[in-house]
Each structure stands twice: as C-alpha cells, then as structure tokens.
Design a protein around this ligand. Sequence first.
Ligand code: EPZ
Length: 433
Amino acid sequence: MDQFVIEGGVPLRGEVTVSGAKNAALPLLAASILADGPCHFEGVPDLRDIRTMMRILGELGVEAERLEDGTIRTEVTDPDRVRAPYELVKTMRASICVLGPLLGRRRRAEVSFPGGCVIGPRPVDLHLGGMRALGARVEVADGYIAADGSGLTGGGDVYLGGPFGPTVTGTANVLSAAVLSPGTTVIQSAACEPEVVDLARFLVAMGAKIEGIGSPTLHVRGVERLTGCRYRVISDRIEAGTLLCAAAMTEGDVTVRGVDPGTMTAPLAVLARMGVSVERPDEDALRVRPGGRPKPLDIVTLPYPGFPTDLQAQFMTLLSVAAGNSFVTEKIYPERFIHISELQRMGAHIRKEGPTAIVQGVDHLSGCPVMASDLRASAALVVAGLAARGTTTVERVYHIDRGYERIEEKLGALGARIRRENPAREPAGALSP
Ligand code: EPZ
C-alpha cells in the first residue's frame, strides 16, 4: 500500500491549480444515464472514485471513456441494464447516485445498499422516501434497493430535510428522477451545495426544466426526453480549501488558481477570523500570505452555505497550532473525528466531547507515522505533516487518491518535501525536490 513520506517545516511557495470537483463529477456522470445521445464532460479529475463510477456506468450499459484530450465521453449502449452490483458499490458510497437516473430514464433500478462508513452512520432513507414521493415502489431486499418506477407520477411535493440538514446526493437522486417524471415536482429542503447546483445546470443543458436552482425549493417540470451535451465540471472548493490550509499551516505564500471564491465564503471568513491573510489577485485565484500563528476560533460545520464538513479535519489541524483554545463542532457527521487520535500522536492537544472537539493550540506538531481511514482525515494528516517538525509518514494514501488528483505532485511543485512510496515494493529513495 502506498504511503507519503513528508519532511515537514518547509513553507509552501508558488502557484497551484485546483482540479474539477469529484463530488460534482460523480452525480454528473451518473446523470448521463438520462441522456439520449453522447455527453462530453470537461474538467473531470482523474481519481479512483471517478474510475469506479465509470465502471459502474459500464455495468449499466453506458460506455464511458476518457479521451486523449482529457474529456470523458459517455453514451448509452444498453438501456436494459439496471443493476449496480455490490462488488462496485461497496467500494464507493456515491454509487447510490445512479439510483435516481436509472429510475427516471429506465423506470427500474437495483442498486446495492451502501454499507458502513468510518465517518459515521450514513443512511439513505431520505433518498428512498424521495423516490416513493415521486410515485416509485421501493423495496430493500437481499442487500439491494429495488425501485420500480413504472407508476412514476411526479407532480408532488418531496421533502428532503433530515436530522442533519438536507441530503446532498439525495437531492441529486430525486432531481435526476424528477426531470423525466410527469407533472411538476416541488423539492423542498433541497441541498444548496454548489455540486447540486452544478448537476441542476447540467440537467438544464440537457433540456430539463428546473427553477429555483441554488435555493432550497426546486420546481421541476418533467420533460419527455433529454439530449446529450458538453459540460464543464466546477472546480473543487474542498481541494482549494485544503491547499489554503496547507499554505497557512506552513506560513507559506501560495496562490491557488482555478477556484470559485463565491462558493467558499464560509471557509474564507473563517480564515480571515483566524488572522490568515487571503487576497484575491484575480477573479478565480486566492493567495495566502505568510502570517504568524493563527488565532483560535469556534467552527461549526453546517449545510451550504455554512462551513463544510469536508474541510473540518483540515481546519482542525490548522487550529491545533493556534495561539489559544478552539472548539470545532460537527453538525453533519457528529462522529467524523477519526483524525483526532492521529493528530494527538503528532503532539496536538485535542479532546472530544460529544460532537465537539476542544482544541488547545500547541506551538508545533512533531512528525511520526500516522494512518487515517477516510479521505479528508488523510488530507488533514498531510497538511499536518507539511508543517510538523521532522518526518511524517502518512499510511494508506489510497484514501487521498479517491479525492485529490496528483496531490503530491502539486505540493511538490510548491516546494513541499513529499514522496510517495510503497514499502512492499520499493527501497526508500531521496525526498523530492
Ligand atoms: C455528500 O455526501 C458528499 N459526498 C460528502 O463528501 C459530504 O461530506 C456530504 O455530502 C455533506 O456535505 C458526495 O457528494 C459524493 P448527505 P452525502 O446525504 O450526500 C444524513 C467527501 O469527503 N442523511 O448530505 O452522502 C447523513 O447521515 C464526502 O468527499 C440522512 O439522515 O451526504 C448526514 O448526517 C464524504 N438520511 C447528513 O444527512 C439520508 O437519507 C448529510 O448527508 C441521507 C443523509
């Protein structure tokens, strides 16, 4: 298994460009099931999760290939296939995104029920309730969600609010099913995340009729058919936030390009309150300037436009070296704290009290071997390793590979001393650069 070896303490300097957003690209690719004719997607990052989605599409009779120019082309070749098998779904929960498109276009879906997850319980009851509200018959049997949309009526109200706010991929699913359902469907408490907005724009580009995009109330007027189209995925606000954190943590001077700062208001406000200087040299660029220790702060994760849970671990890492005590409260996944014990091994003083972490800022972190079992926690450990004194080995980087494209190359170009190695395969070499 690959690991990163990081020699910490080098301030990052230079420019870096973020990739397209994984969490936007996954439901977009799934929605290509809806299209009559080929779709071309630009800016889709080359990641393990994306390759998994392409394999699932293959199982579902959608040819999906990455062309030489980097775009992904999809085309439906066998519209009779409706089963997303356990072997693939178990490797990626976002596979559930094919449920809505299958139901909308093929009126039938059999999707393996997604299993457990280290960031806490991740039910799909809201997805299933949404499909039922559209008129589908939905059963769970033998580990599969079986949905029959032959009686899809649409034309009603669907409520997607849950105990922790609206569901992001649930909104994607219901929206994707509603666009080809009869009548006008009103989705209430829809997620407003930029990734959901991106999906809605893609559906509109295919011919769907959706009003209220970006708001919690979506009006969807069903149409007879959708055509293929060419579409560019939005850039990854979580990757951008992670890079800004890494820059601030190492007291570096980094310009992050290709970002949409309008989708990052909460993390940027939090950085400003921490005393981190972030400028906007261009429309699509953010620059972190070197500063001193960050100021302590209270952060609460919330649905968009609140502070994103997917940046919680990285910002907690930054607060672990703040000049004072901070509170980080997780309101989306109250158990998403697996990074705490690893940060403690690096010298951080963090205590968990229910859904809140109490972070007592220390002067510095110290490198050591660490391991994380989820994407953003692993990213946080890389951020920690970049600033820590000494050498940090981050094990199991396949988690990072699910969501960060060429991350060690990007960080290496900013001066980070980071190297990927596979202890079972290679002898240790020199650190880059
Ligand atoms: C999406 O997951 C993202 N994944 C997650 O990113 C992200 O953390 C999450 O949204 C929240 O922003 C993708 O886009 C592929 P939810 P999703 O349904 O859609 C509860 C990453 O690191 N809930 O909005 O699965 C749920 O338990 C990943 O890139 C129900 O109660 O999240 C949670 O507490 C991790 N019933 C909250 O709602 C349901 O049916 C939000 O979940 C569905 C969700």
